[in-house]
Design a protein around this ligand. Structure first.
Ligand code: ZN
Length: 158
């Protein structure tokens, strides 16, 4: 597998600066590369779109999947200007690129006020000890959806 290309990371870094300065959101950029080409560019748009999920990596994943016409990023590399937060890391696992390269560390992000450590800590706690109340409710009725999935003839598994 080829070495990471500094030009792709520099593009992610450029996006992190330019899009932040243009008022889109926080200083985070990402690009997705396939076969040596950038196929998608993402950047943080949380505050400009009122979308708390619009982190650079999620934005790039959505765009790359639209370009490829698939829900999997097979053979793709993700370059992000900062180590992914837990939400993006989850999205990255679901999208299944082959590799991730990051610039700033999560400690660097915490030092400028973007601290996601509390989410990692929450994930390690039992449900009843988390700050976000989360309670099982109507499970027996909810299972109808799963039973319908198991019986659905036309499903696309992933
Ligand atoms: Zn994120």
């Amino acid at each position: 597998m080829q070495d990471p290309n500094p030009e792709f990371m520099r593009e992610a870094i450029r996006l992190s600066i330019e899009k932040m300065q243009a008022g889109h959101g926080g200083p985070f950029g990402a690009v997705i590369v396939k076969d040596g080409q950038v196929i998608a560019r993402g950047f943080n748009q949380v505050t400009s779109t009122n979308d708390p999920t619009c982190h650079a990596e999620v934005d790039a994943i959505r765009k790359a999947c639209a370009v490829l016409g698939t829900f999997q990023l097979d053979g793709c590399d993700l370059y992000t200007s900062c180590e992914p937060c837990p939400m993006c890391l989850g999205a990255i696992y679901w999208a299944r690129p082959r590799r991730v390269f990051y610039g700033n560390t999560k400690q660097d992000a915490a030092a400028i006020g973007f601290d996601d450590q509390f989410i990692y800590e929450e994930l390690d706690k039992p449900l009843d000890q988390r700050r976000l109340p989360m309670t099982e409710f109507l499970r027996s009725e909810a299972q109808a959806g799963f039973q319908a999935w198991q019986q659905h003839e036309g499903k696309t598994e992933y």
